[in-house]
Design a protein around this ligand. Structure first.
Ligand code: PAF
Length: 280
Protein backbone atom coordinates (compact mmCIF):
# COMPACT_ATOMS: atom_id res chain seq x y z
CA UNK A 1 0.00 0.00 0.00
CA UNK A 2 1.29 3.42 -0.94
CA UNK A 3 0.93 6.31 1.46
CA UNK A 4 0.77 9.95 0.35
CA UNK A 5 0.24 13.18 2.24
CA UNK A 6 0.07 15.77 -0.55
CA UNK A 7 -2.64 16.35 -3.14
CA UNK A 8 0.07 16.60 -5.82
CA UNK A 9 1.42 13.13 -5.00
CA UNK A 10 -2.09 11.72 -4.79
CA UNK A 11 -2.83 13.04 -8.29
CA UNK A 12 0.40 11.58 -9.70
CA UNK A 13 -0.50 8.11 -8.45
CA UNK A 14 -4.08 8.37 -9.68
CA UNK A 15 -2.88 9.56 -13.08
CA UNK A 16 -0.78 6.40 -13.51
CA UNK A 17 -3.80 4.22 -12.78
CA UNK A 18 -6.10 6.16 -15.08
CA UNK A 19 -3.60 5.84 -17.93
CA UNK A 20 -3.95 2.08 -17.48
CA UNK A 21 -7.74 2.37 -17.56
CA UNK A 22 -8.07 1.05 -14.01
CA UNK A 23 -11.27 1.77 -12.08
CA UNK A 24 -10.94 3.57 -8.76
CA UNK A 25 -12.98 3.13 -5.59
CA UNK A 26 -12.75 5.61 -2.72
CA UNK A 27 -13.40 5.22 1.02
CA UNK A 28 -13.19 8.53 2.90
CA UNK A 29 -12.70 8.15 6.67
CA UNK A 30 -11.60 10.06 9.73
CA UNK A 31 -9.39 7.17 10.85
CA UNK A 32 -9.50 5.21 14.11
CA UNK A 33 -10.61 2.38 11.89
CA UNK A 34 -12.83 -0.42 13.16
CA UNK A 35 -14.48 -3.37 11.44
CA UNK A 36 -17.16 -1.08 10.02
CA UNK A 37 -14.55 0.84 8.05
CA UNK A 38 -12.82 -2.35 6.95
CA UNK A 39 -16.17 -3.59 5.64
CA UNK A 40 -16.26 -0.45 3.43
CA UNK A 41 -12.74 -1.17 2.14
CA UNK A 42 -13.61 -4.80 1.39
CA UNK A 43 -16.79 -3.74 -0.42
CA UNK A 44 -14.70 -1.25 -2.42
CA UNK A 45 -12.11 -3.97 -3.17
CA UNK A 46 -14.83 -6.05 -4.85
CA UNK A 47 -16.02 -3.23 -7.07
CA UNK A 48 -12.90 -1.61 -8.51
CA UNK A 49 -9.32 -2.27 -9.60
CA UNK A 50 -7.80 0.16 -7.12
CA UNK A 51 -8.94 1.26 -3.67
CA UNK A 52 -8.04 4.68 -2.25
CA UNK A 53 -8.71 5.37 1.45
CA UNK A 54 -8.39 8.81 3.02
CA UNK A 55 -7.88 9.53 6.69
CA UNK A 56 -8.62 13.14 7.55
CA UNK A 57 -10.14 14.40 10.79
CA UNK A 58 -12.04 17.26 9.22
CA UNK A 59 -12.14 20.28 11.57
CA UNK A 60 -15.02 22.00 9.78
CA UNK A 61 -17.53 19.29 10.67
CA UNK A 62 -16.92 19.61 14.42
CA UNK A 63 -18.83 22.24 16.39
CA UNK A 64 -17.52 24.39 19.21
CA UNK A 65 -17.06 22.21 22.32
CA UNK A 66 -17.16 18.99 20.29
CA UNK A 67 -14.33 16.44 20.26
CA UNK A 68 -12.12 17.61 17.35
CA UNK A 69 -9.00 17.90 19.55
CA UNK A 70 -9.56 14.62 21.38
CA UNK A 71 -10.86 12.62 18.39
CA UNK A 72 -8.76 9.42 18.41
CA UNK A 73 -5.85 9.55 15.95
CA UNK A 74 -4.38 6.08 15.47
CA UNK A 75 -2.41 6.32 12.24
CA UNK A 76 -0.08 3.35 12.76
CA UNK A 77 -2.86 0.92 13.68
CA UNK A 78 -5.02 2.21 10.85
CA UNK A 79 -2.24 1.64 8.37
CA UNK A 80 -1.79 -1.98 9.47
CA UNK A 81 -5.52 -2.63 9.12
CA UNK A 82 -5.65 -1.06 5.67
CA UNK A 83 -2.69 -3.12 4.47
CA UNK A 84 -4.45 -6.26 5.70
CA UNK A 85 -7.60 -5.21 3.84
CA UNK A 86 -5.50 -4.71 0.67
CA UNK A 87 -6.15 -1.02 0.15
CA UNK A 88 -3.87 0.34 -2.59
CA UNK A 89 -3.37 3.93 -1.56
CA UNK A 90 -3.72 5.78 1.72
CA UNK A 91 -4.18 9.55 1.51
CA UNK A 92 -3.28 11.24 4.80
CA UNK A 93 -3.38 14.99 4.26
CA UNK A 94 -2.74 17.62 6.94
CA UNK A 95 -5.29 20.31 7.75
CA UNK A 96 -3.07 22.83 5.95
CA UNK A 97 -2.96 20.66 2.83
CA UNK A 98 -6.75 20.56 2.66
CA UNK A 99 -7.45 24.11 3.85
CA UNK A 100 -4.37 26.17 2.81
CA UNK A 101 -6.42 29.35 3.00
CA UNK A 102 -9.75 30.43 4.47
CA UNK A 103 -12.58 28.90 2.45
CA UNK A 104 -15.25 31.16 1.02
CA UNK A 105 -17.17 28.32 -0.56
CA UNK A 106 -19.50 26.09 1.41
CA UNK A 107 -21.51 23.20 0.04
CA UNK A 108 -24.85 23.01 1.79
CA UNK A 109 -27.64 20.53 1.17
CA UNK A 110 -30.10 22.94 2.63
CA UNK A 111 -33.23 21.01 3.66
CA UNK A 112 -31.80 17.60 4.51
CA UNK A 113 -29.08 19.20 6.64
CA UNK A 114 -31.38 21.04 8.99
CA UNK A 115 -33.29 18.06 10.39
CA UNK A 116 -32.29 15.52 13.04
CA UNK A 117 -28.51 15.73 13.73
CA UNK A 118 -28.45 19.06 11.87
CA UNK A 119 -30.59 20.65 14.60
CA UNK A 120 -28.15 19.99 17.41
CA UNK A 121 -25.02 20.21 15.20
CA UNK A 122 -25.84 23.29 13.10
CA UNK A 123 -22.82 23.45 10.75
CA UNK A 124 -21.88 19.79 10.86
CA UNK A 125 -23.37 18.71 7.55
CA UNK A 126 -22.05 21.75 5.67
CA UNK A 127 -18.61 20.69 6.88
CA UNK A 128 -19.25 17.11 5.75
CA UNK A 129 -20.69 18.06 2.34
CA UNK A 130 -17.84 20.49 1.65
CA UNK A 131 -15.04 18.08 2.58
CA UNK A 132 -16.68 15.23 0.67
CA UNK A 133 -16.90 17.35 -2.49
CA UNK A 134 -13.27 18.43 -2.05
CA UNK A 135 -12.13 14.83 -1.59
CA UNK A 136 -14.25 13.58 -4.51
CA UNK A 137 -12.72 16.29 -6.68
CA UNK A 138 -9.21 15.31 -5.60
CA UNK A 139 -9.65 11.57 -6.09
CA UNK A 140 -12.30 11.60 -8.87
CA UNK A 141 -13.27 8.01 -8.09
CA UNK A 142 -15.70 5.95 -10.14
CA UNK A 143 -17.39 4.79 -6.97
CA UNK A 144 -17.31 5.83 -3.29
CA UNK A 145 -18.36 3.99 -0.14
CA UNK A 146 -20.03 5.33 3.02
CA UNK A 147 -21.45 3.58 6.09
CA UNK A 148 -25.20 3.39 6.56
CA UNK A 149 -24.76 4.08 10.27
CA UNK A 150 -24.57 7.74 9.29
CA UNK A 151 -27.88 7.48 7.45
CA UNK A 152 -28.52 11.22 7.27
CA UNK A 153 -24.96 11.89 6.10
CA UNK A 154 -25.38 9.28 3.36
CA UNK A 155 -28.70 10.81 2.26
CA UNK A 156 -27.06 14.26 2.12
CA UNK A 157 -24.11 12.96 0.10
CA UNK A 158 -26.41 11.19 -2.37
CA UNK A 159 -28.49 14.35 -2.81
CA UNK A 160 -25.40 16.52 -3.24
CA UNK A 161 -23.80 14.19 -5.80
CA UNK A 162 -27.06 14.13 -7.74
CA UNK A 163 -27.69 17.91 -7.49
CA UNK A 164 -24.13 18.80 -8.53
CA UNK A 165 -23.83 16.17 -11.31
CA UNK A 166 -20.78 14.61 -9.72
CA UNK A 167 -19.88 11.52 -11.74
CA UNK A 168 -19.39 9.10 -8.91
CA UNK A 169 -21.57 6.22 -7.84
CA UNK A 170 -22.34 6.34 -4.11
CA UNK A 171 -22.68 3.03 -2.27
CA UNK A 172 -24.03 2.65 1.26
CA UNK A 173 -22.65 -0.24 3.30
CA UNK A 174 -24.63 -1.93 6.06
CA UNK A 175 -23.81 -0.98 9.66
CA UNK A 176 -21.35 -3.30 11.39
CA UNK A 177 -22.46 -4.24 14.90
CA UNK A 178 -20.93 -5.68 18.03
CA UNK A 179 -22.40 -9.05 19.12
CA UNK A 180 -24.82 -7.28 21.48
CA UNK A 181 -26.12 -5.04 18.67
CA UNK A 182 -24.21 -1.82 19.40
CA UNK A 183 -23.32 -0.11 16.11
CA UNK A 184 -19.56 0.14 15.71
CA UNK A 185 -18.26 3.68 16.07
CA UNK A 186 -14.98 5.32 16.98
CA UNK A 187 -16.88 7.20 19.68
CA UNK A 188 -17.78 3.94 21.49
CA UNK A 189 -14.26 4.18 22.95
CA UNK A 190 -15.47 7.08 25.09
CA UNK A 191 -18.01 4.84 26.94
CA UNK A 192 -17.24 3.78 30.50
CA UNK A 193 -17.61 0.10 31.37
CA UNK A 194 -21.08 0.59 32.83
CA UNK A 195 -22.22 2.81 29.94
CA UNK A 196 -20.96 0.21 27.48
CA UNK A 197 -23.41 -2.30 29.00
CA UNK A 198 -26.35 0.09 28.50
CA UNK A 199 -25.32 1.34 25.03
CA UNK A 200 -26.82 -1.59 23.00
CA UNK A 201 -30.27 -0.56 24.27
CA UNK A 202 -30.14 2.17 21.67
CA UNK A 203 -30.28 -0.49 18.95
CA UNK A 204 -32.85 -2.51 20.91
CA UNK A 205 -35.11 0.57 21.09
CA UNK A 206 -35.17 1.07 17.30
CA UNK A 207 -35.80 -2.67 16.82
CA UNK A 208 -38.74 -2.47 19.23
CA UNK A 209 -40.09 0.60 17.41
CA UNK A 210 -39.82 -1.24 14.08
CA UNK A 211 -41.74 -4.18 15.59
CA UNK A 212 -44.53 -1.83 16.64
CA UNK A 213 -44.66 -0.12 13.24
CA UNK A 214 -44.88 -3.52 11.56
CA UNK A 215 -47.58 -4.65 14.03
CA UNK A 216 -49.65 -1.77 12.67
CA UNK A 217 -49.61 0.71 15.58
CA UNK A 218 -51.21 3.70 13.87
CA UNK A 219 -49.90 6.62 15.89
CA UNK A 220 -46.17 6.76 15.15
CA UNK A 221 -45.71 9.60 17.66
CA UNK A 222 -46.80 7.19 20.42
CA UNK A 223 -44.10 4.70 19.37
CA UNK A 224 -41.49 7.46 19.28
CA UNK A 225 -42.44 8.73 22.72
CA UNK A 226 -42.45 5.25 24.24
CA UNK A 227 -38.88 4.57 23.07
CA UNK A 228 -37.70 8.09 23.89
CA UNK A 229 -38.94 7.66 27.47
CA UNK A 230 -37.45 4.15 27.70
CA UNK A 231 -34.00 5.42 26.68
CA UNK A 232 -34.27 8.44 29.00
CA UNK A 233 -35.14 6.08 31.88
CA UNK A 234 -31.85 4.22 31.22
CA UNK A 235 -29.80 7.42 31.46
CA UNK A 236 -29.56 8.39 27.77
CA UNK A 237 -29.98 12.08 27.01
CA UNK A 238 -32.05 11.62 23.89
CA UNK A 239 -31.58 14.15 21.11
CA UNK A 240 -34.26 12.69 18.82
CA UNK A 241 -36.10 9.46 18.16
CA UNK A 242 -37.80 9.80 14.77
CA UNK A 243 -39.74 7.51 12.50
CA UNK A 244 -39.23 8.92 9.00
CA UNK A 245 -39.64 8.39 5.30
CA UNK A 246 -36.50 6.87 3.85
CA UNK A 247 -36.28 9.23 0.87
CA UNK A 248 -36.47 12.69 2.45
CA UNK A 249 -36.19 11.95 6.20
CA UNK A 250 -39.47 13.79 6.86
CA UNK A 251 -41.80 12.36 9.54
CA UNK A 252 -43.42 9.19 8.23
CA UNK A 253 -47.17 8.83 7.78
CA UNK A 254 -49.05 5.59 8.30
CA UNK A 255 -49.41 5.32 4.52
CA UNK A 256 -45.62 5.43 3.88
CA UNK A 257 -43.91 2.17 2.95
CA UNK A 258 -40.17 2.86 3.06
CA UNK A 259 -39.36 3.73 6.65
CA UNK A 260 -36.21 4.62 8.57
CA UNK A 261 -36.07 4.98 12.34
CA UNK A 262 -33.34 7.38 13.39
CA UNK A 263 -32.04 7.90 16.90
CA UNK A 264 -29.34 10.05 18.51
CA UNK A 265 -28.61 10.18 22.22
CA UNK A 266 -25.80 11.06 24.54
CA UNK A 267 -24.66 8.44 26.99
CA UNK A 268 -22.07 10.00 29.28
CA UNK A 269 -19.48 11.64 27.02
CA UNK A 270 -20.30 10.27 23.57
CA UNK A 271 -23.25 11.14 21.42
CA UNK A 272 -24.34 7.89 19.77
CA UNK A 273 -26.45 7.52 16.63
CA UNK A 274 -28.13 4.54 15.07
CA UNK A 275 -30.88 3.70 12.59
CA UNK A 276 -32.84 0.88 11.07
CA UNK A 277 -34.66 0.97 7.74
CA UNK A 278 -37.28 -1.34 6.33
CA UNK A 279 -40.25 -1.67 3.98
CA UNK A 280 -43.79 -2.47 5.02
O1 PAF B 1 -18.21 9.60 8.08
C1 PAF B 1 -17.09 10.12 8.23
O2 PAF B 1 -16.14 9.51 8.72
C2 PAF B 1 -16.89 11.56 7.79
O3 PAF B 1 -18.02 12.32 8.04
C3 PAF B 1 -16.43 11.71 6.33
C4 PAF B 1 -17.49 11.20 5.36
C5 PAF B 1 -15.14 10.94 6.12
C6 PAF B 1 -16.17 13.19 6.01
O4 PAF B 1 -15.20 13.73 6.83
Amino acid sequence: MQKVRSIAQLKKNLHQWRKQNLSIAFVPTMGNLHEGHIKLVLAARKKADKVVVSIFVNPTQFGVGEDFESYPRTEEDDEIKLKEACADLLFLPSVLEIYPEAMETIVSVTKLSTRHCGKSRPNHFNGVATIVVKLLNMVQPDIAFFGEKDFQQLAIIRKMVNDLNISCEIIGVETERELDGLAMSSRNNYLTESERKIAPKLYHSICKARENVLLGVKDLKVIEKEQYDYLASLGFVVDYFSICRCDNLQPAKVSDNEIVILVAAKLGKPRLIDNIYFSR
